[in-house]
Design a protein. Structure first.
Length: 569
């Protein structure tokens, strides 16, 4: 429990400590915390001192070398003066000492900057008068490092002006106010959890906010809605996978015991919203008094201070053949043509914001109904990437042909289109699979594989293309498939393999060049759970996946296997 007065006193004390440690306004401080209120105190303490906080994911004690290497990279990228943490992190690392290989620990290169534990700082004044007040709208407030789903993490510069516009828009668009009571487990070091939840609470857009660790949710998903029911929450949010998990890991008896009638907004953002997930979730929780119209999707990214569009509630069936040609052609419910269904991400509601659908190659606006890259110009568009001038020009200062040259857009890297004023996101530009001239979205292929066999892990799929074996061939499809623990026998593996190949062939008329069957961890993901398809592709091409302990087998098609069903090992 943390009150406003306690937060102010803690932040004041940390701000004073930062000055005593020689940290000046404008310096960067990397924040490494387990989920806790100590993080909130440290974040506000940095702002009070004019120091730029850099929230990061805390290292996992069981993959310490990898995570500390990633942490060191961020510390060096940000030019951090100090690392702030608390005693909880030391305790978590020490608890794992007995199970972590001492040799791997000895190779860990820790960041070469001072570390301080802010929970040892004495509280300051509840009416602080020494807070840094020289910030302008263009002054960096904090650095939000990207998740690295499509490359190396980059430090997004979120300014005080960006934050002001974002929290103002959140209050209006999400219906926040003095009667808002939220329950969240979103990671504190990612933009959705930090800005939409924590900062909105700090500025007074929520009466009460209950935070829990993401690990608590993953260990027992039901606790999320148990708390919502108990405290009569009005708002919650999570990525798509969480709603899938909640349906699978809760019983009908549990769901009937919860009263969710108080929920006004059940948000879904952070990854693409699957219509099948929404249907299954709303059907499963009908007995919990959850109003169907409370479900509410949105689209955003760190480079835009979280939100671009909000309020998605509708689905749209598209002609599959037209979609493969880059065109969004809606189909009526009575149509028998092959179709793919997408869920809306809502409307662009921020004043002065402009969103365009642009051909990523020509930089010209796409005609209506054509799928292109989503470009955004908004008061919440971040100032750029820290220390990366060339990348900043390329991503944040794009100009659209035929428009005022003074207007600079953010290139999101996402593909989509508008229909009846609503934004629909179809996938990542870099993840797009092009086979025989047809555009295929990896999540559509993954959806097919997910439904192919009950022993396929729903969250463990990654589809990507690889170069051909020779110059005369097309790109080839590779699929990573994680399978459940009870499906790792040879007979089950063969059944899964055949079912997946057959389903991909039936749904998309393409053959899988290779299917990698593995246990949990085969599919590489970011700390927020996004699939790192480019990293999976790299692991396959370099042979890393063959040596991975998680991999059960790589099943390669023969050149004569045109049906994509049979395979040779």
């Amino acid at each position: 429990m943390l009150t406003v007065g306690e937060l102010a006193a803690a932040a004041d004390g940390i701000a004073r400590s930062l000055r005593s440690w020689g940290v000046q306004a404008g310096d960067r401080a990397v924040l490494v915390y387990m989920p806790s209120l100590d993080f909130v105190k440290a974040f506000l303490g940095c702002l009070a001192a004019g120091v730029i906080p850099v929230p990061v994911c805390p290292p996992n004690p069981f993959k310490l070398k990898h995570d500390i290497t990633a942490l060191t990279t961020i510390v060096e990228s940000a030019g951090a003066r100090v690392v702030l943490t608390n005693t909880d992190l030391d305790q978590a690392l020490s608890m794992a000492d007995a199970t972590v290989d001492p040799m791997s620990c000895s190779e860990v290169r820790w960041p070469d900057v001072p570390w301080y534990q802010t929970d040892r700082c004495l509280p300051g004044s509840t009416t602080p008068t020494t807070w840094h007040m020289r910030a302008t709208a263009d002054t960096p407030a904090f650095l939000q490092y990207t998740s690295g789903s499509t490359g190396s993490p980059k430090g997004v510069i979120i300014t005080h002006g960006n934050l002001w516009h974002e929290v103002w828009a959140n209050a209006r668009d999400l219906g926040l106010g003095s009667d808002t009571r939220g329950v969240f487990w979103l990671p504190h070091f990612h933009d959705l959890g930090l800005i939409t939840v924590i900062i909105n609470t700090v500025v007074g857009n929520s009466l009460d906010t209950y935070l829990m660790s993401p690990l608590t949710f993953l260990k027992r998903p039901a606790v999320w809605f148990e708390v919502i029911s108990r405290v009569r929450a009005t708002h919650t949010a999570a990525p798509n996978f969480a709603y899938d998990l909640l349906v699978r890991k809760t019983s009908q008896e549990q769901r009937r015991s919860w009263d969710l009638s108080s929920l006004r907004l059940v948000g879904s953002a952070g990854e693409q919203v699957r219509p099948a997930t929404v249907r299954a979730f709303l059907d499963a929780f009908a007995d919990s008094k959850l109003r169907p119209d409370a479900f509410y999707s949105g689209y955003g990214l760190a480079e835009c201070s979280v939100s671009v569009s909000v309020g998605g509630k509708t689905t749209l069936r598209l002609d599959k053949q037209e979609l493969e040609g880059g065109r969004a052609v809606p189909l009526g419910d009575a149509s028998n043509r092959p179709a793919l269904t997408y869920f809306s991400c809502g409307r662009v509601t921020k004043p002065m914001a402009r969103v365009r659908i642009v051909d990523p190659d020509t930089c010209r606006p796409c005609p209506s109904g054509r799928i292109g890259e989503i470009w955004v110009d908004s008061p919440t568009k971040a100032a750029g990437y820290w220390g990366l001038a060339d990348e900043t020009r390329e991503v944040f200062q794009a100009r659209c042909h035929g428009e005022d040259a003074s207007r600079e857009y953010l290139r999101t890297g996402d593909l989509g289109f508008f229909f009846d004023g609503e934004l629909f996101v179809t996938g990542r530009h870099k993840d797009l699979i092009i086979l025989r001239g047809h555009n295929l979205y990896p999540q559509d292929i993954e959806d097919s594989a997910r439904q192919a066999h009950p022993l396929v892990r729903p969250g463990g799929l990654a589809a990507f293309s690889v170069p051909p074996d020779d110059d005369d061939s097309d790109e080839q499809l590779v699929l990573f498939v994680e399978i459940r623990r009870d499906g790792q026998g040879p007979a089950d593996q063969e059944a899964i393999l055949r079912a997946v190949r057959r389903r991909i062939q039936e749904d998309h008329q393409i053959a899988c060049h290779a299917v990698v069957l593995g246990t949990v961890g085969t599919v590489k993901k970011t700390t927020s759970g996004k699939i790192r398809r480019s990293a999976c592709r790299r692991a396959y091409l370099t042979g890393e996946i063959h040596a991975a302990q998680t991999t059960i087998g790589v099943f390669q098609s023969s050149r004569q296997d045109t049906r994509g069903v049979d395979a040779t090992r």
